[in-house]
Design a protein around this ligand. Sequence first.
Ligand code: ADE
Ligand code: ZN
Length: 335
Amino acid sequence: MNAFIQGLPKVELHLHIEGSLEPELLFNLAKRNQIDIPYDSPEALRKAYEFDDLQSFLDIYYQGANALQTEQDFYDLTWAYLERCQHDNVIHTEIFFDPQTHTDRGIAFDTVIKGIVSALKDGQQKLEISSQLIMCFLRHLSEEAAIETLKQAILYKDDIVGVGLDSSEQGHPPEKFARVFEMAREHGFLTVAHAGEEGPAQNIIDAISMLGVSRVDHGVRCVDNEALVAQLIESRMPLTVCPLSNIKLRVFDEMQDHNIVELLRKGVAVTINSDDPAYFGGYMTDNFVAVSQAHLLTHEELAQFTLNAIDASFIGDTQKQAYRKKVTDYLNSVV
Ligand code: ADE
Ligand code: ZN
């Protein structure tokens, strides 16, 4: 089964590029930028990655992002992630970046986006991995700060396909950002939002109705509301689920308890994603393997995760068609 998963073409729709910063690269960047890290080695840092909940992770994640200073740093970060994609047979990826994490400590928006975009262009040319970029607002910050950030994103509209909402869900519901999302949609950005990760099912309902999202990031708490699950099935609203993340952040105790397979079998458009792979112990293949070790899945069901992700992606129909064919050709070649 692991060989099947390894070879399966994959599409990632929920990946925070800052969350792909591996301890080894973090140490290299800190040295290059003469920044002190309160750990002796990458191994010691990795050992500190034990989390009780989302907030305990975010505290360490924002600290780690301090090592990122120059355009080259953002290039190296993104390139390292794309090499992992190549290894895992990821054919398309839509990545999040959090500009406020950087602009708030004096790094220019331009520096961040140029580094990421030039690596993504090289990824397309040299590795044949297609990609899109989604800018997230940090929901623990104010609406005004989000509006300022949106104004900067408008200058880079050609490079950014959509906007999203991440960081601490508790106490920062979708309605706080209804106006800024409306402005973003008026400027032609697609929208997504983290909802129903730690927060209630109502946040999923509100993300759909108040933010006009095309996909819900996480969304696993939808099971608390039967009518919502029925609506997700009916509308084929995609959920970008992150299995290893959910275990690390204790959304579920164990992978056996995870509801992704139950949702798949009910007809919800669930997808598998890695979220912050450097912190949660695995990239795309690792996430697929972890789910399939805990739940008996057929080849067709595993491939369905990729087909759902292709449908939910922000690429054109011709490219979607070509990617669907890659998956069905692969299925036919192994069955
Ligand atoms: N930022 C990075 N990863 C996140 C997650 N899983 N939830 C909310 N915000 C995030
Ligand atoms: Zn996330």
